[in-house]
Design a protein around this ligand. Structure first.
Ligand SMILES: [Zn+2]
Length: 323
């Protein structure tokens, strides 16, 4: 997939670099395939290049900077031996506090080559809470000419204090740019949501997604499934699907066509399940999601169970009112 939609982002960032007002911490978000990595790598190359070139885009109507590819810095970066750049990643599932502390120390030191220093965190959402807290200090007191570039699939998975200290670049892929087979799998859902590319492109994920939807829909109209849903929701994907379910219900209440189960559609059409209740349930979801991000695995089950019970209470309330 060509990432031509990144031109606009590159132009804006280039202007900020030229005018010397690029924020020192940037957080790039967007769905899989949105070009987060491409944009981040481009930005790092431009920031570190000794003579970035101005390239005209759209017949000169605007420009973007491109790394020259020839200078000493470009070559060292290409060879992976540029001394003033660090990528924070981890072999483990999470980025721990030690990795972040190392990069904090790196940023405090003077650059070895005269120029910018960059730190890249490609999976910022995998930072542990203590790692994120260690990073906060650096975000609050930036050293001179240093830039931190973070990528996250979803800002909801980051500490809000991290998000608030970064300039957020939320990549949006124009619909016409998606012309590959990803959307051929799409259901009759008129609202093709680009945040759900994974579910539309990968058969296994799609099946799990549909299974979850059926269970969750049954749960909302009165069936139990609580234990199984708790188990499934321990997966981040299912948490997103849960949020999508609430969003779809709200859309349906507002007259949009959404792929919802018939019994659920009936509850919504009769306004038995009102937008107010859906919003309350959604808020319960949001609060629980925030809690989950700060908890050890052992306590997550408890939060998920409590979330489902609270949602159930809202629904029991409507069922009693309806009778
Ligand atoms: Zn260069």
């Amino acid at each position: 997939m060509k990432t031509t939609w990144l031109n606009d982002y590159q132009h804006q960032l280039s202007e900020q670099i030229v005018q010397n007002r690029l924020p020192h911490a940037l957080l790039i978000t967007g769905v899989n395939g949105a070009g987060k990595q491409v944009l981040a790598e481009w930005l790092i190359q431009v920031l570190l290049c000794q003579q970035p070139q101005q390239t005209d885009v759209h017949n000169g109507s605007y420009y973007s900077l491109q790394p020259c590819g020839q200078c000493k810095h470009c070559q060292l970066l290409k060879a992976g031996s540029f001394p003033d750049h660090q990528t924070i990643s981890s072999d483990k599932a999470t980025i721990g506090v030690d990795e972040v502390r190392k990069s904090n120390a790196f940023l405090q030191k003077t650059a070895q080559l005269s120029g910018n220093k960059t730190v890249f965190i490609p999976k910022a959402h995998t930072m542990t809470e203590s790692a994120a807290n260690a990073l906060l200090k650096t975000l609050e007191e930036p050293s001179d000419r240093s830039h931190i570039i973070l990528i996250a699939n979803d800002t909801a998975r980051l500490l809000p204090t991290i998000v608030s200290r970064c300039r957020l670049i939320s990549l949006r892929v124009p619909k016409h740019a998606i012309e590959d087979s990803r959307f051929k799998h799409s259901t009759e859902d008129a609202y093709t949501n680009l945040t759900h590319i994974a579910e539309l492109s990968d058969t296994e994920t799609q099946q799990t997604f549909q299974h979850f939807n059926t269970l969750f829909s049954d749960f909302l109209i009165g069936d139990d499934h609580q234990a199984l849903l708790t188990f499934m929701l321990a997966n981040e994907d299912a948490m997103r699907w849960c949020e999508k379910a609430f969003a779809d219900m709200l859309r349906y209440s507002n007259g949009w066509h959404c792929a919802l189960s018939i019994p659920l559609q009936q509850l919504l059409s009769k306004h038995v399940l009102s937008p107010v209740i859906i919003r309350t349930c959604h808020q319960i979801y949001i609060d629980s999601h925030k809690q989950l991000m700060t908890l050890a695995q052992a306590n997550k089950t408890f939060v998920l169970e409590a979330m489902l019970i609270k949602i159930k209470q809202q629904l029991n309330h409507i069922q009693t009112t309806a009778n």
